[in-house]
Ligand binder design. Structure first.
Ligand SMILES: [Zn+2]
Length: 199
């Protein structure tokens, strides 16, 4: 009654939650309002989790709007807690996080801030003569300037990723970034730390 008369009470809050968490797809408003508090809470919680996942998928799929996510969306397809966050070594954890989020000094990123602006196809690696774009994949797997530092990482990847040597470069990149193995994650972080000062 109070809600219908324009006053705010628990029904107003319930209406708001009903709308915000897309519960209308599953339940009529009257049935929702007749639920016991615990059941209502559990439906709202589920709806809000689904909303977060949907928004997350939409955001990361739209690389046109957010060019920084162009690499992230290659390997991050699932909404989950990332195993690298459980690593004890903070430096390694930070190095992996920064690389995953393109918070690094590779030319694919620094070229976005040059004046005049450098188009993506011209952000070439200055460490090798390959005339190739210095992006995350080039840095992690291909640049010959870091061949020595890369050896432990590749050995570890061969050991822990099934069929690694036969994968395409992009697939190798994705598999390394998606891996859950602590030794491989540590080798990845170590490579990133050892090469960061040279990029
Ligand atoms: Zn290079």
């Amino acid at each position: 009654m109070l809600h219908d008369a324009g006053f705010s009470n628990w029904v107003t809050t319930a209406h708001k939650l009903y709308k915000e968490h897309s519960i209308s797809n599953k339940l009529e408003i009257d049935s929702f309002l007749n639920l016991k508090c615990g059941a209502m809470k559990s439906i709202v919680k589920k709806g809000s989790q689904e909303n977060i996942k949907t928004n997350w998928h939409t955001d990361i799929s739209d690389a046109g709007k957010q060019p920084k996510l162009r690499t992230y969306m290659k390997f991050k397809s699932e909404f989950r807690f990332e195993p690298y966050l459980k690593l004890h070594n903070v430096k390694i954890r930070t190095a992996i996080a920064q690389f995953r989020l393109s918070a690094h000094h590779l030319r694919i990123e620094t070229g976005r801030h040059t004046r005049p602006y450098t188009p993506a196809e011209k952000r070439l690696c200055l460490k090798c003569n390959g005339n190739l774009i210095q992006d995350e994949e080039h840095h992690l797997l291909l640049c010959p300037a870091f061949a020595n530092q890369r050896m432990p990482l590749l050995q570890c990847a061969t050991q822990y990723i099934s069929g690694f040597v036969n994968l395409s470069d992009t697939e190798k990149f994705i598999q390394i970034l998606r891996c859950e193995n602590t030794q491989l994650l540590t080798a990845l972080g170590t490579y990133l730390i050892n090469t960061a000062k040279c990029t």
